[in-house]
Design a binder for this molecule. Structure first.
Ligand code: SF4
Ligand code: SF4
Length: 265
């Protein structure tokens, strides 16, 4: 009897089970017999970290950024005589570069932060050990993984050009694209300075704000206002007299408050 009170057909479950078995038997197996059959891994698999010792400058970035603190680096300085140089140069010589793969969590941070492309992922994973202490790979063993590092993927033809390519293209095009943006700023600032003086100046006097000398002669009395600050010459005389130096900035806060401190410089 089933749970709904229906009488089940005898042998139905057995037939269903055999049907599943037969269906599975005819399917292609997805199990890989690993020791006998090598797994087909993606080329960028994170198997082990390889070290290109020649590229390492002992900057210690990788060791500092490693969240597991499983990179150990030792070095010493060496003097190098460069022909033509006034004095010998110094360079770091790598004495020890170990990675403890019993602690490593394969996050890849060390590879990403290395500014000199000295660390690479290799898809090799067959380095299990009977003793956990043997999972500490020294620089020679890390260097042995380098031949197993796959070549970098091809550039995407539709992707953005690299930084180096973009810089080279900009240089080849001449100082056209980047310079106008820089020259635009200095041009905009001088234009913005007279702006605060524009609204405040006297409409009646008629003279433009630039004619400071003329304003002094015309106003005569409020000579202190012109001396206090050039931005508000004669027009702001009644207001500027009280606040002294930064009077224009205080009197025009609603108009151009941010530009007032710059004019003071
Ligand atoms: S992969 Fe991550 S945990 Fe492993 S050594 Fe690099 S930074 Fe450290
Ligand atoms: S970040 Fe790169 S260059 Fe710097 S110490 Fe590590 S491996 Fe060497």
């Amino acid at each position: 009897m089933s749970e709904h009170g229906e009488r089940s057909t005898p042998g139905k479950g057995l037939v269903n089970g055999l049907a599943v078995t037969l269906k599975t038997m005819t399917r292609r197996s997805t199990t890989q017999q690993y020791p006998d059959v090598e797994p087909d891994l993606p080329p960028r698999s994170r198997g082990v970290i390889a070290l290109l010792e020649e590229n390492c400058t002992v900057c210690m970035l990788c060791a500092r950024e490693c969240p597991d603190w499983c990179i150990y680096i030792d070095s010493h300085k060496e003097e190098v005589v460069v022909p033509g140089a006034a004095r010998p140069r110094q360079r770091n010589v790598l004495d020890r570069f170990d990675i403890d793969f019993s602690l490593c969590m394969y996050c890849g941070i060390c590879i990403e932060v290395c500014p000199f492309d000295a660390l690479y992922w290799s898809p090799e994973f067959e380095y299990s050990e009977l003793d956990v202490l043997d999972l500490l790979h020294d620089k020679s063993r890390l260097g042995d993984w380098m031949p197993t590092v796959p070549p970098p993927p091809a550039h995407d033809v539709l992707g953005e050009p690299s930084k180096e390519e973009a810089t080279a293209a900009r240089k080849a095009a001449g100082p056209g694209a980047a310079t106008p943006a820089r020259t635009a700023r200095p041009a905009a600032r001088p234009a913005a300075r007279p702006a605060p003086t524009g609204p405040t100046p006297d409409p009646a006097a008629g003279g433009p704000a630039a004619s400071a000398a003329a304003s002094e002669t015309a106003a005569g009395g409020p000579a202190t206002g012109s001396a206090a600050g050039n931005p508000a010459p004669e027009t702001a005389a009644p207001e500027t007299a009280a606040p002294e130096g930064r009077a224009p900035g205080g009197s025009v806060p609603e108009g151009g408050a941010p530009e007032a401190p710059e004019t003071g410089k």
